[in-house]
Design a protein around this ligand. Sequence first.
Ligand code: NAD
Length: 512
Amino acid sequence: QDFDVKAILKSLSIEGEFLPASTGKKWFGEKKDKIVSYSPVDGMEIGHVFQASEEDYEAVIAEAESAFKKWRLVPAPKRGEIIRQIGLKLREHKDALGKLVSYEMGKSLQEGLGEVQEMIDIADFAVGLSRQLYGLTMHSERESHRMYEQYHPLGIVGIISAFNFPVAVWSWNSFLAWVCGDVCVWKPSEKTPLSAVACQKLVQEVFAENNLPEGLSCLIQGDYKIGELISNDKRIPLVSATGSTRMGKKVGAAVGARLGKSLLELGGNNAMIVSQDANLDIALLSAVFGAVGTAGQRCTSTRRLIVHESIAETVKEKISQAYAQLKIGTPLDADNHVGPLIDLQAVDAYNKAIEQAKQEGAKVIVEGGVLEGEGFESGCYVKPAVYEVKNSYEIVQSETFAPILYVMTYSDIEEAVDMQNDVPQGLSSTIVTNNLMESELFLSHAGSDCGIANVNIGTSGAEIGGAFGGEKETGGGRESGSDAWKIYMRRQTNTINFGKTLPLAQGIKFDF
Ligand code: NAD
């Protein structure tokens, strides 16, 4: 077998036991509750770390605070040079890290490698950004005065991440935060602790080679309790949290209560409108990839297909034919299209969603089910399923993190846009049409209410150059490209008087 887990772990320096917390090279904390990482690919134990305690947490924050005092003084382009070296390190270890991500999370090897490529891309982006942290200058209304704004480092950035992008989401946040002069404390998902250890080891090598303080990158392993400590901690001015809407509401409330800043990247309920003027080949390929890719465990996975009534029968037939050809099995085999769900809890949620959809009146287009037998021993492999529903069903209104696609029909484009918008979430959306009026309406003020709105491509996947995120219950946060960096800094407006008198603003006179 050319997939040798031990060799992969070794090449990423993941050997032995990992304590709950790490500040750079140092690992510390107490060995208490184990967090075991099982691969959903074959159900095997890959390794384990330990759950951090409050004392471990305090030690990490102290290191981060002291590192920030040094790092904020390093000129931004020099900070960018460090991220350039991290990009090189990732290129060197792309293969091993991509394989570990694939094995620990269960996404295809291609997607695991793709996730590391995304880290490399955001590193390149951050290097360029390090010379472009621009503020504006303004004309003062007062004589002999100058006004401008500048962006200063913020402090400690808390990063809480989800299992489905175990490494990329951290890099989107930390690489930009580092360039901005911040330090990071990362609490990865308890379902993917080893991918996080691998990242920490790689960046720590670069920091050590450059004599930089360890606390620049802190890793703290644990469940939601560590997430709560981060959310309630006044020493952390920004908390970037990626995960379910349920989690985001708690984090948002806790950070809001102390008037901190939060960047929330939460669940989606992404739809594709398929117009009567659609190129059906594009619609079909992007809908099927969007619905079954990563076994439906992307925040941007296609969950709803809103099809014009005149082509509904054709689309249903084509979808059924395409699904019949899908190969389900180990994601380490490039021939397979669909891998496992993350764990048995996720399989349970998939089963319950199908049951509820049927109770609410869903009609089967492609039936689901859990797979058993050889190759499916982990119990995490399920059949991608398609049901005909109404948008108003309760189950259709919520996100189930599994390959379930809901199909519904519409008669005019305004109705389709209303259906697309009529869910609590607002992450990604798309229309497949060759009709200019329809696509422009979809992108207009009266169109899609999502953070991402596409034409003639799928809902899933995004390039790092754009700001990524969504509206409504998706949380409103934006990260990655465009000007998403601004949230990692504090903005300061400066007014300088270079004259010999003191004119007041708004023409106010104050003489004595
Ligand atoms: P989850 O909400 O169960 O966990 C995410 C992280 O939050 C984990 O690290 C977890 O330990 C932590 N957490 C849980 N409860 C917490 C609390 N009360 N306080 C602080 N931290 C807490 O999500 P998951 O199952 O790992 O990931 C799947 C979800 O993530 C889906 O809803 C998906 O749409 C979403 N997601 C969104 C984006 C995006 O960019 N919008 C990207 C990836 C995943």
